[in-house]
Design a protein around this ligand. Structure first.
Ligand SMILES: [Zn+2]
Length: 118
């Protein structure tokens, strides 16, 4: 279980899986956000926030939206626009470091090949 919150506390999340690894992606969006993702099923992830607490960014023909706190600017999670899609991710930069320091980080080549680089 990982718990995180944005800097101002307007967005909190609970990730009820134990990730084998975290993902740093080099795509044009993730690279700029500086996120380190934990991916899981939406069934095992709760986002606690007011409906208007985040702004959502949808990019190109992607089906995912990146959520960023309107108050403090932290990127908190992404979710898929297709509610049946069984994947989303939270930004573990927002989780206390002690809770993630022992989880390996894998580098995902989202910019080019769509494969892990390791
Ligand atoms: Zn915030």
């Amino acid at each position: 279980m990982l718990r995180g919150s944005c800097h101002c506390g307007a967005v909190k999340f609970e990730f009820r899986e134990k990730p084998e690894w975290l993902t740093e992606c080099n795509c044009s969006a993730c690279r700029r956000y500086g996120t380190i993702w934990a991916h899981g099923s939406p069934k095992n992830i709760s986002i606690e926030k007011a409906p208007d607490a985040t702004s959502a960014y949808i990019w190109g023909d992607q089906m995912i939206e990146f959520h960023t706190c309107r108050t403090c600017g932290n990127t908190t999670h992404w979710s898929d626009l297709d509610a049946d899609y069984d994947r989303m991710a939270v930004n573990t930069r927002l989780v206390p470091f002690k809770d993630v320091k022992d989880i390996p980080i894998r580098h995902f080549d989202g910019a080019d090949t769509g494969r892990f680089l390791d």
